[in-house]
Design a protein around this ligand. Structure first.
Ligand SMILES: Nc1ncnc2c1ncn2[C@@H]1O[C@H](COP(=O)(O)OP(=O)(O)OP(=O)(O)O)[C@@H](O)[C@H]1O
Length: 227
């Protein structure tokens, strides 16, 4: 599979507050991530990991600089186009699974595909295949409350990649899990990323998991640096 740059940040700045209380989170930050690459984002609490993921996921606008997703400059795009990129090209996983409680695991994974306009049969087949891939096919008809924490996160990961995104952004995806389950869920996530060739950025406080990713970056002085 030929690699290409999926996420690119050029001179990105982001600050919160005004006047004397300005908090500069990112300042002239450059970064790029290729397809098939998994990068760990490891930085102390409050330094801007979530902010960076929100910017990369087009959930926030930078104050300076430009973000390209798959070669497309996103700064001046319409809200509709940004939403289309978010839905079609980007998958999100959070620390808490955010699954819809009244729907089954299978239905939760079908949902983004149905929103994207896929026929029910196709969405169902892909959801079932993803559940099997994550080794929780036997949990397809269970609601989130009936699943363990590790199973919930595996469903959330399957849902995030259901629309075959180019970029997966994960904010502490194993933060709520015990070390053994975290390791298992991370293995599943990594296998999925490898198999689909997508680019992934995973914020984590877990140095052991970070060591297993292709690259590690941190935030220092508003810049994104490899370490
Ligand atoms: N909307 C906002 N308005 C004002 N300040 C904000 C806003 N969002 C984040 N911040 C501040 O920006 C800083 C970075 O926040 P962020 O959530 O990105 O950090 P983080 O590295 O993800 O932290 P953690 O590891 O604790 O989740 C924090 O000091 C936070 O209080």
């Amino acid at each position: 599979m030929a690699t290409k740059t999926i996420l690119k940040l050029t001179g990105v700045g982001r600050q919160y507050g005004q006047g004397d209380t300005v908090l500069s989170i990112l300042k002239g930050a450059d970064f790029s991530l290729k397809s098939g690459e998994i990068v760990a984002l490891v930085a102390p609490s409050g330094t801007g990991k979530s902010t960076l993921l929100h910017l990369a996921g087009l959930l926030e606008h930078p104050d300076e600089g430009e973000i390209h997703i798959d070669g497309e400059a996103c700064g001046n795009l319409s809200d509709d186009r940004r939403t289309a990129i978010r839905r079609g090209d980007i998958g999100f996983v959070y620390q808490f699974h955010h699954l819809l409680p009244e729907f089954t695991a299978l239905e939760n994974i079908m949902m983004p595909q149905l929103i994207a306009g896929l026929p029910v049969k196709e969405a169902k087949e892909r959801a079932a295949a993803l559940l099997d891939y994550m080794r929780i096919g036997h949990r397809a008809d269970h609601r989130p409350a009936e699943l363990s924490g590790g199973e919930q996160q595996r469903v959330a990961i399957a849902r995030a990649v259901a629309n075959a995104p180019l970029l997966l952004l994960a904010d502490e995806p194993t933060g709520n899990l015990d070390p053994e389950t975290a390791s298992y869920v991370f293995d599943a996530l990594q296998a999925l990323v490898r198999q689909s060739g997508l680019a992934a950025m995973i914020a984590t406080h877990n140095h052991e998991l970070a060591a297993r990713m292709d690259r590690r970056v941190t935030l220092e002085g508003g810049k994104i640096i490899d370490f």
